[in-house]
Design a protein around this ligand. Structure first.
Ligand SMILES: Nc1ncnc2c1ncn2[C@@H]1O[C@H](COP(=O)(O)OP(=O)(O)OP(=O)(O)O)[C@@H](O)[C@H]1O
Ligand SMILES: [Mg+2]
Length: 272
């Protein structure tokens, strides 16, 4: 048996998930496979990317891992333990940050109350809550003066920092970022990626994105999901030498910026 300390943080084996196919008419419900035979591990402290085209099943896989959806079959372990038992014993130690920061907060809550939502897993008094909220705001580099602001009074980047602070509040071991920076401006994306790297410590991240540049900027390794199946696992350090034809295709399809005024072109190259 693997000792808990040696076990990968997360082990997924032969996971399958399907949904009812609404396009088929008839008496019987026909299921449409979404994820087929997914197996991978995430090491403790690793930033594991999950990359794939829109509709390839990234969010569905994340929901299964978080226990928000039940897979049809397969096995999931957290720190060597059955994932559902681990989640029951470690309430709050899995957090998630979604892409849509606007709908993931209560519009009537002030910043301090949104962040305090993440503290509900801890039995803390009012004074401690206030101090923890202040500390969390500092950790995600939000000015203290925003504590009483409402969500609509913040910029997108500030509101996403609030969501990150809420996710950190429960002292998670594992955070899923589901396209968490995709909706932000490029310069803000870079700042948030830097923030995520700086606050990571020994947490394990599952970083979902459809953007290969973003994956290589922050991830140690990434899984490539294609039509619900795991196409390959890529260590970012090996990308230049070992890019498969499909990965090469993805790299080549990344946006090339050009300007008729400067005449300059900047295209992205995988890290050396
Ligand atoms: N609750 C559901 N019921 C039925 N079908 C669903 C459900 N959730 C997702 N799907 C289908 O599963 C497929 C995968 O969806 P999913 O949201 O996991 O993709 P994704 O890779 O996260 O896409 P995106 O990059 O656009 O977020 C899609 O075809 C979607 O329509
Ligand atoms: Mg998604």
């Amino acid at each position: 048996m693997i000792a808990p300390d040696d076990a990968p943080f997360l082990t997924v084996e032969h996971l399958c998930k399907s949904y009812p196919d609404r396009n088929r008419s008839g008496w019987r419900t026909v299921m449409r496979p979404i994820l087929t035979d997914i197996s991978f591990t995430a090491r403790r402290g690793e930033i594991l990317g999950l990359l794939g085209e829109s509709g390839s099943g990234k969010s569905t896989l994340a929901r299964c891992i978080l226990g928000l959806e039940a897979p049809d079959s397969g096995m999931m372990l957290c720190e060597g333990k059955n994932a559902s038992s681990w989640r029951r014993e470690n309430v709050g130690r899995c957090s998630v940050v979604f892409q849509d920061y606007v709908t993931s907060v209560n519009p009537g809550f002030r910043v301090k109350d949104i962040i305090a939502e993440g503290l509900r897993f801890h039995d803390v008094g009012r004074k401690r809550v206030q101090r923890s909220v202040e500390e969390l705001m500092e950790r995600v580099q939000l000015p203290a003066r925003l504590a009483d602001s409402l969500p609509h009074e913040l910029s997108g980047g500030q509101l996403q920092r609030v969501c990150i602070a809420r996710a950190l509040a429960s002292e998670p071991a594992f955070i899923v970022f589901d396209e968490a920076v995709s909706a932000l401006d490029v310069s803000i994306q870079a700042q948030i990626l830097e923030l995520l790297s700086s606050i990571k410590n020994d947490m394990t991240y599952l970083f979902i994105t459809h953007d290969i540049q973003m994956a290589t900027l922050i991830c140690d390794r990434f899984l490539l999901l294609r039509n619900g199946a795991l196409d390959e696992t890529v260590a970012c350090a090996d990308m230049k030498s070992k890019a498969s034809p499909y990965l090469r295709e993805l790299i080549d399809s990344t946006l090339v910026f050009s300007s008729e005024y400067s005449g300059k072109q900047t295209s992205w190259e995988p890290p050396a």
